[in-house]
Write a protein that binds this ligand. Structure first.
Ligand code: PLP
Length: 436
């Protein structure tokens, strides 16, 4: 392109952003930050390339056929598409087996299923990485709830991370005892501002634990981590990896679902619990979900890459404006979540309203904080998604409690994530919370 053409394109670009409510200042500020992120984005693209080929190889090796894209109804016996999809997941995660079902309603359900099916009364569950995700508190019984693990006589122990974010190996050694049956390791930070764990750190932790007691089941809550790195926790010793299909591995297309990939025995326990003892994986009609499950997994590496670029862009924007961001603008990333600490409810709310206003669906509604089931404070959530509540789509949530951090994630395309962040910045600036 010659210079006149480039200028023309830039003018048109600025104009279309202006039509969508982005001021010249916000446009320029964003553009400068993005120019500096090119090397970072090239690294993200490399990981996507690797993972794209890993997924493609799994689909070819397992002979995914046109017939696999059709579903079954009723009992769902001999569902070729479901069985092949589970084999694809097992190949991608390098595990013996996998359970991938639309009957697993969400990430919490997948995790609860993995825990409740692999623990027995008298067993103890250990979290060596601090408090697990909010919704698991009721599953475990940290907050009393009907049908919790605690009600079934499964005890729980927790070892917090040290102040610098490292594992408290001494305390972990003390916590592992003859009752410890399962260790749960949450990869992503969730609603916390601790760092997300890299796959290699998870590997170190698992080897340490297995050295103390080799028969402990190591489960990783893999939510938001899939395809962010070239390796998965199952490549470094995890017996089970568990996640939601309306996050990374569903690629934005899966309309529901969860997965558990791991050792044959762990997956079988989970299948017996999901359906029934004796029936296990043999039943569970896939209905019309399979084509989206396959296509979503196929798109997931590049969708995840777009979300990662968006997160990295957000980190650099808000870091430059003086806010604490986790991860920071330059450190390595191990999930798609970006936390920004605003320190005030107004900041969290302005940010979330910006994300909402950027959505393709429901852009005209205004999100407000509410008492969401499973959470211990009010939460504001912004999302205008094609799949309700899908957080691989551009979305933001913030619990209305100190440190008033907002958690941003997703974006089915980088272009959309970029615009969403610009819209948050416009809102935050218009509210007088920052000066550009
Ligand atoms: C999202 C998430 C969950 C729970 O998944 P839902 O689908 O919201 O029930 C659990 N753990 C982590 C780390 C998550 O990010």
């Amino acid at each position: 392109m010659n210079k006149a053409m480039t200028n023309g394109t830039n003018d048109m670009m600025e104009a279309v952003y202006a039509q969508l409510g982005i001021s010249k200042k916000v446009y320029q500020f964003s553009k400068e930050i993005l120019d500096g992120l090119e090397p970072r984005f090239a690294q993200i693209d490399k990981i996507a390339e690797y993972n794209q080929l890993k997924v493609l190889k799994a689909m070819q090796e397992n002979k995914v056929s046109e017939a696999c894209l059709l579903g079954t109804t009723g009992y769902g016996y001999n569902d070729l598409g479901r069985e092949t999809l589970e084999a694809v997941y097992a190949s991608v995660f390098h595990t013996e087996d996998a359970l991938v079902r639309p009957q697993i309603t969400c990430g919490t359900h997948a995790l609860a299923l993995a825990l409740m099916s692999n623990l027995r009364p008298g067993d103890e569950l250990l979290s060596p990485v601090g408090k697990p995700y909010d919704t698991l508190e009721e599953v475990i019984g940290i907050r009393p709830s009907k049908g919790s693990l605690a009600e079934y006589g499964v005890t729980y122990r927790q070892v917090d991370l040290l102040a610098d974010g490292s594992f408290d190996y001494e305390a972990i050694k003390v916590a592992v005892n003859e009752k410890t049956r399962l260790v749960t390791i949450q990869r992503s930070k969730g609603y916390q501002t601790r760092p997300t764990l890299s796959v290699s750190r998870i590997g170190e932790l698992i080897s340490f634990i297995k050295k103390i007691k080799p028969d402990i089941i190591c489960m990783v809550d893999n939510c938001y981590g899939e395809f962010v790195e070239q390796m998965e926790p199952s490549d470094v010793g995890a017996d089970m990896v568990v996640g939601s299909l309306i996050k990374n591995p569903g690629g934005g297309l899966a309309p529901i679902g969860g997965y558990i990939a791991g050792k044959k025995e762990c997956v079988e326990n989970a299948a017996y619990r999901l359906t029934s003892p004796g029936l296990g994986k043999e039943v569970g009609a896939s209905l019309g979900t399979l084509k989206d499950f396959y296509q979503g997994m196929f798109l997931s590496p590049t969708v995840t890459a777009g979300a990662l670029k968006g997160a990295s862009f957000a980190a650099n924007v808000y870091e430059k404006l003086g806010f604490r961001v986790v991860p920071n603008g330059s450190e390595s990333r191990h999930d798609i979540i970006q936390a920004v600490e605003f320190g005030t409810p107004e900041g969290v709310i302005a940010f979330c309203k910006g994300i909402q206003a950027a959505a393709p669906v429901d852009s005209f509604v205004t999100p407000e904080p509410w008492d969401m089931p499973g959470y211990d404070s009010q939460v504001i959530m912004a999302a205008g998604a094609f799949v309700s509540g899908s957080s691989i789509e551009l979305s933001a949530d913030g619990p209305i409690k100190p440190p008033y951090a907002v958690y941003f994630q997703g974006g089915l395309t980088f272009e959309h994530a970029r615009f969403g962040i610009m819209k948050t910045l416009q809102n935050v600036a218009d509210a007088g919370l920052v000066v550009l």
